[in-house]
Design a binder for this molecule. Structure first.
Ligand SMILES: Cc1cc2nc3c(=O)[nH]c(=O)nc-3n(C[C@H](O)[C@H](O)[C@H](O)COP(=O)(O)OP(=O)(O)OC[C@H]3O[C@@H](n4cnc5c(N)ncnc54)[C@H](O)[C@@H]3O)c2cc1C
Length: 310
């Protein structure tokens, strides 16, 4: 007779296919920080049915579940994740477009990269997603985080999302029902899983859209340390300040613990200069928080999400 764990693995593989179920998978392979110990189970389904089944099987077996996209806003602990990581990414990334005279709508599977959606929109002469072209997240992760840049945010283009809730129900929620704020949404607070997002874009001038995207890409390339692995801005923007400026003014540019370092190019980023561990990143984060509070009385809150065992 199979043990509980073997039976769980057998069912997962039977439903999702052998290649979509990995055991003891290093999370450093699935995060842009290139940091993180092993996930007990790593699941990458390629259909909505697969996602629903994976969630159901984990719930039934009482295995803790973490949904991720491109892992571009995550710091996974060095001890990894005890439970199953469900990756909704390249395997589930279809985009369906419908256009009319005023613009167009896209129904986007949650794993599609924002950059890919933005590039397709630009090629169709649809404007509104230029701000998102350089954000390396999936549309599901971007909706959950209400990702934004250069004056735009997901909230501006999102019409609705199809989500799976904790009881296994699939429902459609309109953007106004998602209570989207600065890097926050009901999706995160209630632990909903985004399956598909609908976005609405306006008709624009192809060349102007392409020009704006190039301009923003250049701004990113010149200001952000894209040459090092990171999870983007480490801290949320404190009201009335810029995290990067406070950190620089506190004299912490280049502050380093092991291979984790406050970027010399943009102090708002903690970067991985080689083989940084999550503990080293947290060493930098803790020191930065203490020093910025001591010098300026401002509490910096992490934007990057810490998950798993530290
Ligand atoms: C170089 C760099 C630049 C960046 N620039 C920006 C920027 O300009 N603006 C910005 O806002 N962010 C930026 N980020 C951060 C990051 O790209 C965004 O937060 C992005 O939206 C995260 O998407 P993801 O798919 O990688 O999500 P993950 O990092 O995989 O997950 C982030 C959160 O979303 C949840 N999540 C992921 N997928 C789903 C889903 N399908 N359903 C429900 N919840 C889900 C996860 O559980 C987690 O809580 C940057 C990151 C990097 C590395």
């Amino acid at each position: 007779m199979l043990g509980k764990q073997e039976e769980f693995i057998r069912r997962l593989k039977g439903t999702l296919g052998e290649q979509a179920v990995r055991l003891s998978e290093p999370m450093r392979e699935h995060t842009t920080f290139r940091i993180g110990g092993p996930a007990d189970y790593f699941l990458s389904p390629d259909s909505e049915e697969g996602i629903l089944e994976a969630v159901r099987l984990c719930r039934e077996a009482q295995v803790p579940l973490l949904v991720i996209g491109n892992g571009s806003n995550l710091l996974v602990g060095d001890g990894g994740f005890r439970g199953a990581v469900l990756q909704i990414y390249k395997n589930y990334a279809g985009i369906r477009w419908e256009e009319d005279a005023e613009g167009g709508c896209a129904a986007v599977q949650a794993g599609a990269l924002l950059g890919a959606v933005a590039r397709e929109a630009a090629a169709r002469g649809l404007a509104g997603l230029e701000f998102a072209a350089g954000i390396p997240g999936s549309i599901g992760g971007a909706a959950a985080m209400n990702a934004g840049a250069y004056g735009g945010e997901m909230k501006d283009v999102l019409v609705s999302v199809r989500v799976l809730d904790g009881q296994g129900r699939v429902t459609e929620l309109t953007a106004s029902e998602l209570d989207m704020g600065y890097r926050s949404s009901r999706i995160q607070r209630e632990g909903l899983t985004v399956l598909e997002a609908r976005i609405r874009l306006a008709r624009g001038d192809r060349q102007e859209i392409a020009r704006r995207m190039r301009e923003l890409a250049e701004a990113r390339g010149s200001k952000q340390p894209l040459e090092y692995p990171s999870a983007g801005s480490t801290f949320k923007r404190p009201e009335g300040y810029f995290a990067g400026k406070l950190i620089m003014d506190a004299g912490l540019r280049g502050y380093r613990v092991g291979d984790a370092m406050v970027s010399e190019k943009h102090c708002g980023f903690v970067v991985n200069c080689g083989e940084a561990t999550a503990a080293q990143v947290m060493g930098v984060v803790g020191h930065v928080q203490e020093e910025v509070y001591r010098k300026f009385g401002v509490r910096l809150e992490m934007e990057v999400k810490q998950v798993g065992q530290f």
